[in-house]
Design a protein around this ligand. Structure first.
Ligand SMILES: Nc1ncnc2c1ncn2[C@@H]1O[C@H](COP(=O)(O)OP(=O)(O)OP(=O)(O)O)[C@@H](O)[C@H]1O
Ligand SMILES: O=P(O)(O)OC[C@@]1(O)O[C@H](CO)[C@@H](O)[C@@H]1O
Length: 304
């Protein structure tokens, strides 16, 4: 089974308007509340790929109820810990450019955290846990890291979609894959890359520190994957990008879902690239028909 963990999910309040004028009353032409949060987005894509998964995390209040209602409508299996504080609302303004305002998130009590940790007792060898997104402010900054020994003791694999020092601290637990984008990868080494070779060298360093696979995403410029044996390149699909939210989550879902079913990392890169592209080309997280339409465009080259 694949479990996604969204400790700080959100209702994404998406507002469409032609332009935003600072300091004025702006009126939007269309609004939507969408169940969001990075792990939930991963679950949505896994469902579209027909890969069984369960969404874990914390939800509370009227916003949490709406989030669960939407997951049920989409037939996303979930087992969230109910908390007394409200799930956050993140504002996504789609105007002349995209602007996001992500709220900090709810207070989570020690008892609620303990209830969440007991979920990990259900893990079995071969399961994969995907931990994604920001931590609610009441959680310690090493919250993800604190779960990793428990996950590994069960024989399960994990992916933590995070950046910076928090990402580096997960490496010693051997994540199945890490997916920095090329900017995040450069930031990890406090540098900027002057060549692809430099960039791949940095990815290989992260692999030496413990990552089983390193996927470097480059938005409309495609992606690289460094595995134990090879370096692969995937082109980016061509299309009109209308959404910059969730492409990374979709790529992780495509990789993890494929790896879980086939243990084939290069195929994971191909499916992940198609899922990322399909989401970039749609207002919401991509659905199966959109992923299927993009998949034939993605070609994998063995670079090394
Ligand atoms: N404009 C695009 N055209 C084609 N493919 C894209 C585009 N944007 C993203 N993708 C695909 O999705 C993958 C992940 O995108 P990206 O590199 O933007 O991840 P990210 O920075 O984690 O994204 P985000 O944080 O916005 O979700 C890319 O490697 C590519 O395969
Ligand atoms: O505040 P975080 O947890 O970093 O990101 C949350 C979020 O921006 O990520 C998703 C897109 O990746 C959205 O659905 C959601 O609002």
């Amino acid at each position: 089974m694949i479990y996604t963990v969204t400790v700080n999910p959100a209702l994404d309040y998406v507002l469409q308007l032609p332009e935003v004028k600072d300091g004025e009353t702006n009126r939007s032409s269309d609004t939507q509340f969408l169940a969001g949060g990075k792990g939930i987005n991963v679950s949505q894509i896994l469902n579209q790929l027909g890969v069984d998964n369960t969404a874990w995390g914390f939800v509370g209040g009227f916003t949490g109820e709406e989030l669960i209602r939407q997951l049920n409508v989409k037939k996303i299996s979930s087992d969230f810990v109910r908390i007394s504080d409200d799930t956050r609302v993140n504002v996504k303004i789609h105007a002349q450019e995209e602007t996001e305002i992500n709220a900090a998130g709810p207070d989570i009590t020690d008892q609620e955290v303990a209830a969440f940790k007991s979920r990990l007792d259900d893990l079995e060898a071969g399961d994969v846990v995907v931990l994604s997104g920001s931590l609610a402010p009441s959680l310690p900054t090493d919250f993800y890291e604190s779960l990793l020994p428990l996950i590994r003791e069960k024989g399960a694999e994990f992916v933590v979609d995070t950046t910076g020092e928090a990402l580096l601290r997960t490496l010693k637990f051997n994540p199945l894959v890490i997916k920095p984008n090329h900017h995040e990868l450069a930031d990890l080494f406090d540098t900027s890359f002057s060549s692809t070779a430099d960039m791949l060298e940095a990815a290989k360093k992260l692999q030496k520190l413990g990552a089983q696979n390193v996927m470097i995403s480059m938005a409309g410029e495609g992606a690289y994957l460094v595995t134990a044996d090879h370096v692969y390149h995937a082109n980016a699909a061509t299309g009109t990008a209308v959404n910059s939210v969730g492409a990374g989550d979709s790529m992780i879902a495509g990789f993890v879902g494929t790896w879980f079913e086939k243990h084939d990392a290069a195929e994971g890169l191909r499916v992940g690239s198609a899922c990322g592209g399909a989401t970039a080309f749609t207002e919401d997280i991509a659905v199966k028909s959109q992923i299927d339409a993009v998949l034939p465009q993605i070609k994998i080259d063995v670079v090394e």
